[in-house]
Write a protein that binds this ligand. Structure first.
Ligand code: ADP
Ligand code: ADP
Length: 235
């Protein structure tokens, strides 16, 4: 089952002085159960690609379909609804809200649904996700009472609670020591074994190797296994 299809995606950032071609013709398919990693030097377009995949921004050109629905022409406010239902995010910096309990942080994506999730179902889903990341005993704590590794596990639970079609993961271990980093990666790997579809940006070759498919990005293009930009090859 195809989750994601990008065809000929470009992204140009234009100011009065200059144009930056951040993405130059991305073709990318992601299928149910894939674990895709994206590597490449600073400035090659990784963050731009993740923010387009996550509907945080729109491409300049090209087609983008999520589960068969064309989303590239949507306004950002329409896109926000689809993002909330189809995409989970895990960031380097956890991005938890310190004023909310762990429970309420995880519940947030459900509370922003277009159709309200009944209270009992919300409770059940949040607790199930807390159990998945082995943090059930911390539901009432605040994020700043937890270690970095524990906070990232809460962020994983928050990303899972809406049963997203795709989990986007940006340098998940960047703020963790190697022990906690390995634990978070083992957890992501196990989620993938249980069917979660993942797309992860990482600088760490060991973690990139855990993916079922490794993509290398250079200067806004995906390279093939020989290091040739795919979009420059004869069709
Ligand atoms: P990476 O995540 O691989 O480091 P980015 O996707 O952040 O790369 O950036 C790709 C290119 O696009 C870079 O040249 C960067 O300077 C440029 N860029 C990214 N975001 C913007 C923006 N909002 N405005 C202008 N240029 C941008
Ligand atoms: P970086 O790639 O520089 O480490 P992050 O991982 O924090 O940055 O964020 C990756 C992308 O997601 C960026 O384009 C950023 O603007 C966006 N972003 C970060 N936090 C949020 C958020 N809470 N909601 C929506 N977008 C976010």
């Amino acid at each position: 089952q195809q989750k994601i299809s990008m065809r000929g995606i470009t992204k140009v950032f234009a100011t009065d002085e200059m144009e930056t071609h951040a993405l130059r013709g991305i073709d990318l398919q992601i299928f149910a159960g894939d674990f895709v990693s994206i590597c490449g030097p600073s400035g090659c377009g990784k963050s731009t690609l993740l923010s387009l995949l996550g509907l945080l921004d729109m491409p300049t050109e090209g087609s983008y379909q999520i589960e068969g629905q064309e989303v590239s022409g949507l306004s950002l406010s329409e896109a926000a609804f689809i993002r909330n239902e189809k995409i989970g995010f895990i960031f380097q910096s956890f991005n938890l809200i310190d004023e909310l309990t762990v429970f309420d942080n995880i519940a947030l994506p459900l509370r922003y649904r277009r159709n309200a999730v009944p209270k009992a179902e919300l409770q059940e889903r949040v607790m199930a996700c807390l159990k998945t990341v082995d943090m059930s005993h911390r539901a009432g704590h605040r994020p700043n009472q937890l270690s970095g590794g524990q906070q990232q596990r809460i962020a994983i639970a928050r990303a899972l609670v809406g049963s997203p079609a795709l989990l986007l993961v940006d340098e998940p271990t960047g703020n963790l020591d190697s022990k906690n980093g390995d634990a978070v990666m083992d957890m992501l790997s196990e989620l993938n074994s249980n069917g979660t579809t993942l797309c992860m940006v990482t600088h760490d070759p060991r973690y990139a190797d855990m993916a079922s498919r490794k993509l290398h990005l250079l200067d806004g293009r995906i390279l093939d296994a020989d290091g040739t930009p795919l979009s420059q090859q004869a069709q």
